[in-house]
Design a protein around this ligand. Sequence first.
Ligand SMILES: [Zn+2]
Ligand SMILES: [Zn+2]
Length: 166
Amino acid sequence: MSQSSGDPNTYPSSSFANGMTGTCLCKSISVTINDPDLFTKRRGHLCHCGNCRKISGSFASSNLIIDDAKVTIIDHQGTLKKYVDKDTGSGTPVDRYFCSTCSTPIKSTSPRGVGKLSLKMGLFPRIPAPEAEAFSAHRHEWEAGIQDITSYKLGLGGEILKQGQL
Ligand SMILES: [Zn+2]
Ligand SMILES: [Zn+2]
C-alpha cells in the first residue's frame, strides 16, 4: 500500500491525544494542531458555499476554526502564499492561504474571527467527525446527509435547519 493512499484507519484517533501534524502535498508546509481534544468530541465543520467548493475542488470543504495559539505552521521552503478573497457571502474579505508549489489550501483568516484561523482539514492524516455544516441549503441533492450534525442554512451561527445531537 502506497503511503500516499492516506487511509485514516491506519491512524487511530488515540494517537493524536497530544495533537496532530499534517502537510501540504509537496510537504513544504507543515501544520501542527496543539489540542488534546481533537478527537474527544465532534470538531470542525463542512462548508458547501461556492467559494469553499472552488478552493477545495470539491462539493464541500472541511474546516476547523481554532485559536491561532493552538496552531504551529512551518513554511519550510517559503511557499505559503495568500489570496485575498473579496467576493465573499458576508462581504468581509477572507485571506486564503495555500502552497504556491503544490496548490494545497492551508488556512483562511478573516477580520470577523480575531485570534482565530480556519484550517483546511484535508492536510491531516485523520479528520474529526464534524459538528456542523454551513450553507447546507447549497448541498447537492445526491450528497447523503451526515447524521447528528447541526445544519446551518447559510453561514455558521445563522438559521439552523437541523439541530445536531451533540
Ligand atoms: Zn506544497
Ligand atoms: Zn464556505
